[in-house]
Design a protein around this ligand. Structure first.
Ligand code: PMP
Length: 984
């Protein structure tokens, strides 16, 4: 909107008074892409919209819009309110604007709720939108007006021209270059080619998206607005525009888009040509949006609307292209219920599979070994290996498989909609019933192997497919049940080592498609699953097997069971959490076969399922696991290893099972050593759940009542939060001044401290470093008073900081007592206190200390192995190098997004402040929403801090630059889309 075209509210009010005789009480300019809209509240309580159109808009098209509005208002089946033109005092419903170059109209205002741009579609929303669009399209079918525009930039019949016009404005980076868009559009046109002549042309709204539908408070569509794009166009474009817009959301956008199409179809039936054209039109619309945005931005780089829309439009395009046209059409037919019925009786396409072993490729399968599943092509290789040892093998229908793509793709193709079978070379494939042959894709490979597919369209329309075979019949041939149609050729190495099996075998895929003659892929993304199941039902009968009837567990079931029995005080990540059942290095895998980057697990320092650790635990568990009162080597070896890591003089080790226990024990030891009981701690800290550790934990993020409920032996210093606290930036040194004054005050009150307990880095605050010299000055003062200095190293030690193995090294100090846990056991419960011999001996005066499992052989083997792997793999150095890349990338995001206030920490212990303005406006809602959005992108992150607004970034130390880049790209996308939605 350029300034010379803008109009003032006062101008609008006097225009409405003079031309329309309307008394305006209040008015405001509201956003619009091209027109200028003024919403005016009238003296009689009504509201009207004054629309001043762009100079290029013709009177005829405005008259056509007005006529269309009246037509819809008079069509009872539409059941939707529309704005209605008001007549001027001269009796016109289009009037010149004051400058005469533009035209103005006054429309009634459709009251209702405009949902704010949503991250995901509310339940049922897409269907309601589709239904509204269907009713509008149906009603407009019989509407005629000579002024109806045609062939404008939003008419999808002009997509090619729009793209050509915009081509030189489209950037040369990324996936959306002009060439890429042109190729994409060409593919869509080619797909529509055979039906384009049959597509119905009629008046359509042209932009019927969620932005142009108002809802009532119950969530039902109440009215449709903004008829600025009304014109003649393809009927199918009306629903394609809506479907495309729904692809910007998180969740299951493809299913949502198709549910909208199904609801449209209920009101305004789509014919076969429309169904074929639907997805190509969705793609075309996305191309037009991306190209138009580029052109708008080239013409006016400050066009905020275009800037805001661009990332969402790119996302629509990417989502539209995540399916092949065949796949999209299969799903569309499933959504619209246009599916064939498979015959009741079929004979097997491949014989001898009725007794075959069933392979388990699910995420929890114990048959996947270590990282074997991460190798490209592992499914086939593994299947062949199993087939070779077990004879014939088949996979399971509707299984969510663990595939290597999960590591690199946000939504890997993991859901099996067919069955794969390992069969011997030369086996024959037969027609399952009478039908006509259709051929699919496939080609002869370099090894001479024929990997083609063949389908038989059975009477009734269901198609049975076999892939990975050599076809013996040509497309169009009629075949009878049990006729040979293809043959299995192996001609490829039979297992991963290249050993040919005694009888060469090959993997053959068998599946149904009930949607036209289309060939479905064997694996699809874990989305729109019920549509896939409907279109491609269980093909067990095609391999001569009984269909499996697994009781399906709805995702909510396990959550409900958890809620019923697991005390709710124990939090759970996410309202709708993925079910995580496998881990590998810095990845976590859910039961749908999606892998998430684990950016939060500072415990699994070596990553998940570390094989050396697994092996060591299994071996020791099989030998001995008892308590440390017995004499065995593991406890000696591990204690020596720990003491060797600690600074000189700290060589007495006590082994426990957790951080809480370590902190609690440290407090007891300090008290025993000093004969005093008072403890000095910092606010905003968390030290554990046991009585002692909890007493010194004051994070109000964890316990809102913490500060008011401390026992009298706990004395607190203000957290030296240099970002948000009392002293910031260059004043940070004043925290020490304050702390020393507090010690003096405690002296004056006659308080004698047993110890000061703190983290060496402000962990709970999100990794904020303490001010330089803070612990040095404070600990000196504590020691002068006879107190003991305890460093809680539970979170920040073990090399996580990159530069340092222990956190206290960052402050250049040496504690008297170290409390450590978490990373020590890589998730196995392990904790330790390391102190001086003298202090440990003072503790002995209280009797003996014993922890049943602390120091057990297995836990000690775990502890020693963790330290060894940490060294062998140089993980501390990795934390330094990769942490620097990560911090650099996060700081670059902080520079671009005002929502990122600061990046704290070092190494692989970082915190990202999410704020709404500055340090004093922490934004926990945004932080929580970012975490949910990141989950969608395959990243696990959670907020921390007193305000729960700091994203804690502390992945396993195995993380590599590639994963860091993936994380940064995901966060970038999430922040960009949030900014876009906020701007709209
Ligand atoms: N100290 C610190 C600094 C911690 O972060 C934690 C746990 N978050 C603990 C102690 C308690 O450790 P655990 O959960 O192993 O008992």
């Amino acid at each position: 909107m350029t300034s010379e075209l803008s109009i003032s509210v006062a101008e609008a009010a006097s225009y409405l008074r003079d031309r329309y005789g309307l008394g305006v009480v209040e008015a405001s300019v509201i956003g619009s892409n091209e027109d200028i809209n003024v919403l005016a509240a009238l003296a009689d309580g009504r509201r009207v919209l004054l629309k001043v159109s762009h100079p290029g808009v013709s009177r005829g098209s405005l008259e056509a819009q007005n006529a269309a509005l009246r037509w819809l208002a008079a069509s009872p089946d539409v059941r939707l309110e529309v704005p209605l033109p008001c007549e001027s005092t001269a009796g016109h419903d289009v009037e010149p604007w004051t400058d005469a170059a533009r035209l103005a109209r006054v429309l009634t205002f459709v009251e209702g709720e405009m949902p704010s741009p949503a991250v995901r579609s509310p339940a049922g929303h897409s269907r309601r939108l589709g239904s509204a669009a269907g009713r509008v399209a149906l009603a407009l079918r019989a509407f005629e007006h000579e002024g109806l525009p045609e062939g404008g930039p939003w008419d999808l019949r002009s997509a090619r021209r729009v793209l050509d016009d915009a081509a030189q404005c489209v950037g040369e980076d990324g996936d959306t270059t002009a060439d890429a868009l042109a190729a994409t559009l060409a593919a869509a046109e080619a797909r529509m080619g055979p039906v384009v002549g049959e597509l119905r042309v009629q008046p359509i709204h042209g932009d019927l998206t969620a932005d142009n539908v108002v809802f009532d408070p119950a969530g039902d569509a109440r009215g449709v607005i903004d008829f600025g794009d009304v014109g003649r166009g393809w009927l199918a474009a009306e629903i394609a525009v809506l479907a495309c817009s729904l692809l910007q959301h998180d969740g299951d956008p493809i299913a949502e888009a198709l549910h909208a199409a199904a609801a449209f179809d209920q009101e305004c039936r789509l014919d076969d040509a429309d169904i074929v054209a639907l997805w190509p039109l969705v793609v075309s619309r996305a191309v037009v949006l991306v190209a138009s945005a580029a052109r708008m931005l080239a013409e006016d780089p400050t066009n905020e609307y275009a800037v805001a829309r661009a990332p969402l439009e790119r996302r629509m395009l990417a989502r539209a292209l995540s399916l092949s046209f065949d796949e999209a059409e299969i799903l569309a037919r499933a959504a619209l219920g246009r599916l064939a019925t498979p015959p009741v009786a079929v004979s097997p396409m491949v014989a001898g599979l009725d007794g075959a072993d069933e392979a388990d490729f699910s995420v929890t399968s114990v048959q996947h070994q270590a990282d074997g599943w991460m190798q490209e092509g592992h499914l086939e290789v593994t299947l062949l290996r199993w087939g070779n040892s077990a004879g014939t093998t088949v996979t399971r229908y509707a299984e969510h498989r663990l595939t290597s793509r999960a590591i690199v793709e946000t939504l890997p193709r993991s859901f099996a909609i067919g069955i794969d079978a390992v069969v011997r070379e030369g086996a024959l494939v037969r027609a399952p019933a009478d039908g006509i042959v259709v051929s699919g894709g496939g080609a002869r490979s370099a090894s001479g192997d024929v990997r083609a597919s063949i389908g038989v369209v059975l009477d009734g329309g269901a198609t049975a497919w076999a892939r990975g075979i050599e076809p013996l019949r040509a497309a169009g041939e009629r075949v009878r049940a049990r006729d040979v149609i293809a043959r299995v050729t192996a001609g490829r190495p039979s297992d991963s080592d290249g050993h040919a099996a005694a009888a060469p075998q090959a993997v053959v895929g068998i599946g149904w498609c009930l949607a036209a003659e289309l060939e479905p892929p064997g694996l699809v993304a874990p989305r729109a699953e019920s549509l896939w199941r409907a279109a491609c039902p269980d093909p067990s009968a095609l391999v001569g097997r009984e269909a499996r009837h697994d009781p399906e567990q709805a995702p909510g079931d396990l959550i409900a069971r958890r809620a019923a029995v697991f005390a709710a005080v124990q939090e759970r990540y996410y309202d709708a959490p993925p079910q995580i059942e496998r881990g590998w290095r810095h990845h976590l895998v859910d039961t749908a076969g999606r892998a998430y980057l684990d950016m939060i697990n500072n415990v699994a320092i070596l990553g998940h399922a570390e094989p050396r650790l697994t092996h060591a635990v299994a071996q020791q568990m099989g030998l001995l696991n008892t308590n440390s009162r017995f004499h065995y080597e593991a406890v000696v070896e591990f204690s020596e290893a720990l003491a060797a890591r600690a600074p000189d003089g700290l060589d007495a080790v006590l082994l426990v099972n957790s951080g809480s226990e370590a902190v609690d024990l440290a407090i007891r030891i300090a008290r025993a050593a000093t004969g005093r009981s008072d403890i000095l701690a910092l606010t905003e800290a968390y030290h554990g759940w046991t009585v002692g550790a909890d007493a010194i934990s004051t994070s109000i993020g964890d316990n809102p009542g913490a500060l008011a409920t401390r026992p009298e032996w706990v004395h607190l210093l203000d957290a030296p939060n240099t970002y948000r606290g009392r002293h910031r930036g260059a004043d940070a040194h004043l925290y020490l001044t304050d702390a020393l004054a507090r010690l003096d005050a405690l002296d004056a009150d006659g308080v004698s401290l047993a110890a000061m307990v703190s983290e060496p880095i402000f962990g709970n605050g999100g990794g904020i470093l303490l001010p330089d010299g803070y612990l040095r000055g404070l600990w000196t003062a504590v020691r002068e008073r006879g107190g003991v200095c305890v460093s809680d190293e539970v979170q920040v030690s073990y090399g996580r900081l990159g530069e340092h193995f222990w956190g206290f090294e960052q402050q250049g100090v040496v504690p008297d007592v170290i409390a450590v846990a978490k990373a020590m056991g890589n998730g196995y419960p392990l904790g330790a206190v390391i102190t001086t011999r003298q202090i440990a001996e003072a503790f002995a005066a209280e009797g003996s200390f014993f922890s049943s499992a602390g120091g057990s052989p297995v836990s000690c083997v775990v502890g020693s192995t963790v330290l060894r792997v940490l060294d062998d793999d140089d993980l501390q150095e990795n934390a330094r190098v990769v942490g620097a890349v990560l911090a650099h990338g996060l700081r670059a995001l902080a520079a671009r997004y005002p929502a990122v206030g600061a990046v704290h920490g070092m190494g692989l212990y970082l915190g990202v402040e999410v704020v709404n303005g500055g340090p004093d406006q922490p934004d926990p809602e945004a932080a929580a929403a970012i975490c949910v959005d990141l989950l969608e992108e395959g990243v696990i992150v959670q907020p921390t801090g007193d305000h729960k607004n700091v994203l804690k970034i502390k992945p396993p130390l195995t993380i590599d630059v590639e994963a860091v880049r993936r994380f940064l790209a995901a966060l970038d996308g999430v922040l960009e889309r949030r900014q876009s939605r906020a701007a709209m």
